[in-house]
Design a protein around this ligand. Structure first.
Ligand code: G1P
Length: 287
C-alpha cells in the first residue's frame, strides 16, 4: 500500500511573476480553489494519507490552507453560512497527516525529494509536482500506483506530446510492453527537439521505492548546478534497475505558465455545472 506522497512546493514560480512575488504559485486560484488543492484532492482520491510538503521560505500559506482555521469556522458558524463552513471543514480534513520539511537552498527537484527522505522512511511513496493538474476518470496518481504495485518497481507518468514541446520536460526512451506501458532504457532532461529520444514527456507524477534516495545522494549536480531527479533515474537505469513509464489517461494542464493557467481556467469553468453555460455564452459572444 502506498500511503505517503511528497509534494515539492519550494520553487519560486518565476514563470508566473509578478503574481508569485508574495503569493506561492501553488496558491494561485483556478475558479475558486488554489492549484495545490486540485493536486492534494487527486492524491487523497488515490489512497494517499500522509502528505509531505517540501517548502521554502514564504510558503506557509500552503500548510495553512490544509489546516483548521478556527476563527474563520467560528465566524461562518455564527453567520449561519452552513455550506461554506462545510466546504472549509472539508478542505481542512482532506489530509490525514500533514507534514512539511524545509528545502533551505534551491538545489533542484532531486534535492527537494532527498530532503523528504527522513519523513518518507523505508517505504514506497508518490511524488506529485505542483504545476500539473490532471482531469481523469481514474485519478492520475491512482493509475500509477496500480501499475507500481503490480510491477513492484518505480513507475513514472508520461504523456505523448508534439515533438516541438518536449524540450520543456524529461523525455524517456522506452520499450513498449503493453498498451501505454514502457520499460525505460534511458531518460534525458529537457533535450533539444532533434535529440529527444521519443515524444513521451515526463509529467509531474511518480511512484518511487526508497532506493531512489541512494541515487539522489550520490549523483553530482547536473543542469543549472541542481540535483536533477532525471539524473538519479538515469543512473538507476544504467545499473540495470527496472523503471517503468505509464502513459496517463486523462487531460493535463500545466498551470505553471500564463498560457496553461488560462487554458485550465477556461476548461474547468466550461465543465462546471453552474458556471459552464454562462461562460460558454460569454465566450461565444466574445468571439
Ligand atoms: C520537472 C522535471 C521534468 C518533468 C517536469 C514535469 O521539470 O525535471 O523531468 O518533465 O518537471 O512538469 P521542471 O518543470 O521543474 O523544470
Amino acid at each position: 500500500m502506498i500511503r505517503k506522497a511528497v509534494l515539492p512546493v519550494a520553487g519560486l514560480g518565476t514563470r508566473m511573476l509578478p503574481a508569485t512575488k508574495a503569493v506561492p504559485k501553488e496558491m494561485l486560484c483556478l475558479i475558486n480553489k488554489p492549484v495545490i488543492q486540485y493536486i492534494v484532492e487527486e492524491a487523497v482520491a488515490s489512497g494517499i494519507r500522509d502528505l509531505i510538503f517540501v517548502v521554502s521560505r514564504g510558503k506557509e500559506a500552503i500548510l495553512d490552507h490544509f489546516d483548521f482555521s478556527p476563527e474563520l469556522e467560528a465566524e461562518l458558524e455564527e453567520r449561519g453560512k452552513k455550506a461554506l463552513l462545510d466546504e472549509v471543514r472539508r478542505v481542512s480534513g482532506l489530509v490525514e497527516n500533514l507534514s512539511a520539511v524545509r528545502q533551505k537552498k534551491a538545489l533542484g527537484l532531486g534535492h527537494a525529494i532527498l530532503v523528504a527522505a527522513p519523513l518518507v522512511g523505508d517505504e514506497p511513496f508518490a511524488v506529485l509536482l505542483g504545476d500539473d493538474i490532471v482531469e481523469a476518470e481514474e485519478p492520475c496518481l491512482r493509475q500509477l500506483i496500480r501499475a507500481a504495485e503490480e510491477l513492484r518497481a518505480p513507475v513514472i507518468g508520461v504523456e505523448r506530446l508534439p515533438r516541438e514541446e518536449v524540450h520543456r520536460y524529461g523525455v524517456i526512451d522506452g520499450e513498449p510492453l503493453r498498451e501505454g506501458l514502457y520499460r525505460i532504457n534511458d531518460v534525458v532532461e529537457k533535450p533539444r527537439p532533434e535529440e529527444a529520444p521519443s515524444e513521451l514527456a515526463i509529467i509531474g507524477r511518480y511512484v518511487f521505492f526508497p532506493e531512489i534516495f541512494t541515487y539522489l545522494e550520490k549523483i553530482p549536480p547536473g543542469a543549472g548546478g541542481e540535483i536533477q531527479l532525471t539524473d538519479a533515474l538515469a543512473a538507476m537505469i544504467r545499473d540495470g534497475k527496472e523503471v517503468y513509464a505509464l502513459e496517463l489517461k486523462g487531460v493535463r494542464y500545466d498551470t505553471g505558465n500564463p498560457e496553461g493557467f488560462v487554458k485550465a481556467t477556461v476548461a474547468l469553468a466550461l465543465k462546471d455545472p453552474e458556471l459552464g453555460p454562462k461562460i460558454r455564452k460569454f465566450l461565444s459572444d466574445l468571439l
